[in-house]
Design a binder for this molecule. Sequence first.
Ligand code: DQA
Length: 142
Amino acid sequence: MKFLVINGVNLNLTGMREQGVYGTATLEQINANIKAFCEKNGDSVEFYQSNVEGELVNKLHEAYLQKSCDGILLNAGAFTHYSYALRDAIAAINIPVAEVHMSNVHARESFRHSSVISEVCKGVVCGFGEKSYLAAIVALKN
Ligand code: DQA
């Protein structure tokens, strides 16, 4: 399978920001681990990160229009909790999207308990640190 891993707002600072919550591995290191995991399973993976909501929407459209992947992992960061634009973009495309969070959002502040994208995603993985991405890959594969 071909996977696209999209990380949204503030995820570029992973490994530096709030290390007690998100750990010390950088996004680059996390992506390298995801790539190794995919290659071991005969899958390929592309990575994209942006802090700009519209650019994330554009990337979802591009994946759909160019049929560039079979499954998408989306950690939208805080956009998860309020971006109807991302929700509509996910609903508009026919590629399964897994919502991913490193932290257990349900064990944190109440504003993180709701997601406006879960309903249009295939499934949700949260709380397993960087392993949340690997769990989502296994789930999408099966
Ligand atoms: C996050 C959880 C979000 O609530 C938060 O805004 C993030 C990261 C996670 O990976 O745990 O930026 O998506």
